[in-house]
Design a binder for this molecule. Structure first.
Ligand code: PMP
Length: 362
């Protein structure tokens, strides 16, 4: 898994340790600890311009994974359609299937001369909406492409949701990992969308605490009620000491979040430079800690061939992007995902090994 190779802030560990020592070790309330619900609401007001009532609009979940699953199980009836952009995070097809839903993929097209980042055709998106459409399941910043949906794109998606009376579920786990010129916008903050958006996020990537699995869903009151009932019978509660620690993290000063993003600007550059030295093409990204290498442009037949070679010859693990596409979609075989959530020494070692590969195949 592409988990950060950095530790979470000490102040957060201390909060968790203290709560454990103080005996706060029993079940926490089903909607989540009041301290964390308040912190989630304050964070949404500070960074996303959203007005969130912590009592009535937040559910704390076991990571964003449970937040998305709760939304799907709560809202999708068997046969209902869920629109997703393809490539998609690999958990979504399984989660949609758990709910008995039917996935309707809409293509994200790779960057080209006319499009600086992955893009969708509004006509293709509009054509995917139909009488059985229940949800649009979005992810921005986007895994695996590194795309950050622009406000204009989100407005277009929102307009279709309004026209077809459809709910948007937006997975924003990389919300604080964006690059200069590409601020993250929550679709739930757009006019008319607060009433029909479930915003899902978690502390995993923002605080380098993926193992804690503390996430949240923000939803308008009626939808939040549905989420709560679903959450009650999936995990019911999330570890209390870790919730308190994440609430301390969400209250960290702006400088914490700025430095997180700046660290990734540097690491992204380091990896792109290393790839360029051996003529591997990775289009610029707008967010996340992933880069996609275009294996066709780099002279490989398929993503799997590239991954095997990387693993066997230089010991670098990469992810074949066919995992993020519908089976047999040719576009899926064109890309390989690299994660750069690693310290400089690891990125430097990767750069050295890439040079070795270049010599082997040069
Ligand atoms: N959504 C996306 C798009 C992800 O990339 C990940 C982590 N790989 C998750 C959700 C999982 O988040 P969490 O650990 O908070 O459940």
């Amino acid at each position: 898994m592409g988990a950060p190779d950095f530790d979470c802030p000490d102040a957060m560990k201390q909060v968790a340790a203290r709560a454990i020592h103080d005996g706060r070790n029993q079940y926490s309330p089903v909607p989540g600890m009041p301290e964390l619900r308040r912190a989630v609401a304050d964070h949404a007001a500070r960074f996303r311009n959203m007005v969130v009532d912590p009592e009535a609009m937040v559910v704390i979940t076991s990571g964003a994974t449970e937040g998305v699953l709760c939304a799907l199980l709560a809202l999708v009836d068997p046969g209902d359609e869920v629109i997703v952009f393809e490539p998609f995070y690999d958990a979504y097809p399984a989660q949609i299937a758990f709910a008995g839903g039917v996935m309707r993929p809409v293509a994200l097209h790779p960057p080209d001369e006319a499009h600086p980042q992955w893009w969708f055709d509004p006509a293709e998106l509009a054509a995917a909406f139909g009488p059985r459409t229940r949800l649009v399941l979005l992810n921005t910043p986007h895994n695996p492409t590194g795309k950050v949906f622009t406000a204009a794109e989100l407005e277009a998606i929102g307009a279709l949701c309004l026209r077809h009376d459809v709910v948007a579920v937006c997975d924003e786990v990389y919300e604080h990992i964006t690059y200069p010129g590409s601020g993250h916008v929550s679709i739930g903050s757009l006019p008319g969308m607060a009433d029909r958006t479930i915003t899902v996020s978690s502390g995993g990537k923002t605080f380098n605490a993926t193992g804690w699995k503390v996430g949240w869903a923000i939803a308008p009151r009626p939808l939040r009620e549905l989420l709560l009932h679903t959450h009650q019978y999936i995990t019911a509660t999330v570890p209390g000491p870790l919730q308190l620690a994440i609430s301390a993290g969400l209250a960290l000063p702006d400088s914490y979040f700025e430095e997180l993003a700046l660290g990734y600007v540097r690491r992204r550059q380091r990896l792109r430079d290393a790839l360029a030295t051996v003529a591997l093409r990775a289009p610029a990204t707008q967010g996340t800690y992933f880069l996609l290498v275009d294996v066709h442009a780099s002279g490989f037949a398929s993503d799997r061939e590239f991954c095997r070679l990387f693993h066997e010859q230089i010991g670098i693990a990469t992810i074949p992007c066919s995992a993020f596409f519908t089976p047999d979609r040719p576009g899926g075989r064109r890309w390989v995902r690299l994660a750069f959530c690693k310290p400089d020494r690891t990125l430097d070692a990767a750069a050295d090994r890439l040079l070795r590969l270049g010599r082997l195949h040069g």
